[in-house]
Design a protein around this ligand. Sequence first.
Ligand code: GTP
Ligand code: MG
Length: 192
Amino acid sequence: MKITHAEFAAGARDSDQFLQEPLPEVAFAGRSNVGKSSLINSLLKQPGLARTSSTPGRTQQINFFRINRKFLFVDFPGYGYARVSQAVKSSWMALIRSYLERREQLVLVILIVDSRIGPTPLDLQLLEWMQFNRLPFIVVSTKADKLTKGELQKSIRHTESLSQGARVVPYSAVNNLGHEPLWSILIPLLEK
Ligand SMILES: Nc1nc2c(ncn2[C@@H]2O[C@H](COP(=O)(O)OP(=O)(O)OP(=O)(O)O)[C@@H](O)[C@H]2O)c(=O)[nH]1
Ligand SMILES: [Mg+2]
């Protein structure tokens, strides 16, 4: 897809700050530091759009990005970061859940896992919860550039076996592996 326009549209720390625009949305969820914001930038080829960091806990609110004035990418704060207080952790989870529970314009949740690790217990909880609530989701296994071909194949099979039947797409924001396959999943959903 040709990206002609990409902009930060809103940040929400509370559900009443969620953007209210009748555009289809794709949400990016996953563990802290797994590469959610990097995946957004890589898909859009806009390196500085979503802020990224080598220290976990960079994204601390739900950020909405408006693309081509036609759809939105939604960047979640990461979960599972040990050095965030329990109170903050549960407020982020509550925020994410309140978004996922009633978001009619949501066309897909992309759950991002680290190919070197695979789904963690918190990822599995979210996967099960999404399956139970019949949300549309896929898994992106990122940082694939850190593995050999053989290791990556093994890791994808492992992730598939744990992903509630969801499609698993290997990805790297460093060498753009997975860019085309992922867009070919997104385009029909966004152009509906
Ligand atoms: N090698 C490699 N590094 C990556 C890749 N994607 C992200 N990273 C690195 O992983 C770190 C975290 O990336 P972010 O995109 O900030 O991660 P995040 O999931 O948005 O993190 P939070 O907002 O803190 O939850 C950064 O140092 C990125 O450069 C990838 O595909 N390959
Ligand atoms: Mg982030």
